[in-house]
Design a protein around this ligand. Sequence first.
Ligand SMILES: NC(=O)C1=CN([C@@H]2O[C@H](COP(=O)(O)OP(=O)(O)OC[C@H]3O[C@@H](n4cnc5c(N)ncnc54)[C@H](OP(=O)(O)O)[C@@H]3O)[C@@H](O)[C@H]2O)C=CC1
Ligand SMILES: Nc1nc(=O)c2c([nH]1)NC[C@@H]1CN(c3ccc(C(=O)N[C@@H](CCC(=O)O)C(=O)O)cc3)C=[N+]21
Ligand SMILES: [Mg+2]
Length: 297
Amino acid sequence: MSSSNVIDGKAFAAGLRGRVAEKVAELKSQKGVVPGLAVVLVGEDPASQVYVRNKAKQTLEAGMQSFEHKLPDTTTQDDLLALVAQLNADPQVHGILVQLPLPKQIDANAVIGSIEPAKDVDGFNVVNAGRLMTGAGKPMVPCTPLGCLLLLQDRLGKDLSGKRAVVVGRSNIVGKPMAQLLLGANATVTIAHSRTADLPGECRNADILIAAVGRPEMIKGDWVKPGATVIDVGINRIETPEGKTRLVGDVAYSEAAEVAGAITPVPGGVGPMTIAVLLANCVTSAYRAAGLDDPAL
Ligand SMILES: NC(=O)C1=CN([C@@H]2O[C@H](COP(=O)(O)OP(=O)(O)OC[C@H]3O[C@@H](n4cnc5c(N)ncnc54)[C@H](OP(=O)(O)O)[C@@H]3O)[C@@H](O)[C@H]2O)C=CC1
Ligand SMILES: Nc1nc(=O)c2c([nH]1)NC[C@@H]1CN(c3ccc(C(=O)N[C@@H](CCC(=O)O)C(=O)O)cc3)C=[N+]21
Ligand SMILES: [Mg+2]
């Protein structure tokens, strides 16, 4: 496979962040408003700390305000709900992201449900999930699935009519909203999961294959239909034989790249898109709060 069949999510994300920065500057000059993103991290998970640092850096680079709230592992649900309430009420905050997973003593659904839907830039709140599913009202769309859709549409065109899409994984944060977006773009969608009878067979039907499983390199090259577009959402940190760690996706990349028409790498594929869409959602929220139409990004 030629390198042009690698979908460069890193470059696409950089372009999107550039458009976000332009919209931030326009809002500032027109309304004197600077979009603000609040990120809440509970606990000390090193991987989460890296993501949160990257988000803050890119937020500032786009000309936005970044508010970081780091809370200890022992934080109670009431403490976290109180912080969310404070951020809901803060006019400088247009987007609130509570990093998942949360410690066991906290009910994630209760916390997500307490975020003002307009500020729910992850799109995880039931109000936004319901809007996405029904088409009633404008949702905040979950960042990772929307990032995947943008990469697909850049390759295949906006209309996915006639294409068979298979989404492996049915989580609320990736698999289910991904399927919903593909359906909205007119693909014919199958959602596969751990109870699917013949996963390799399902995958081989896919013109568009989305892997969101959380199992390192589970999807093999001979599960991929020749010419298919493969989007690998997985972020798995594995130990190499030399005792170092390395990031791999849910797809056995080098095998799959031999067969696929196009494929996202890990790192440098979906991950950077997630953060770029997060910034885009936050800017959209700020435009709405200022009474403006959604910016074209
Ligand atoms: N790039 C990015 O920006 C992001 C990456 N991720 C990554 O994406 C991956 C998925 O994340 P997330 O959706 O949160 O994960 P979850 O663990 O919430 O969901 C995993 C899904 O995969 C299914 N699954 C697990 N094992 C198998 C199997 N052997 N065969 C078929 N299906 C299986 C599960 O099925 P069942 O429901 O039956 O248990 C479940 O639906 C992870 O690697 C995560 O790190 C996540 C968010 C953002
Ligand atoms: N409320 C919430 N919203 C999220 O969107 C959310 C979350 N919680 N919890 C964790 C997952 C994971 N996630 C990633 C974001 C960026 C990269 C990313 O930038 N990845 C880079 C490399 C990162 C690295 O090198 O470690 C890449 O793939 O190229 C990865 C993963 C967002 N998540
Ligand atoms: Mg996400």
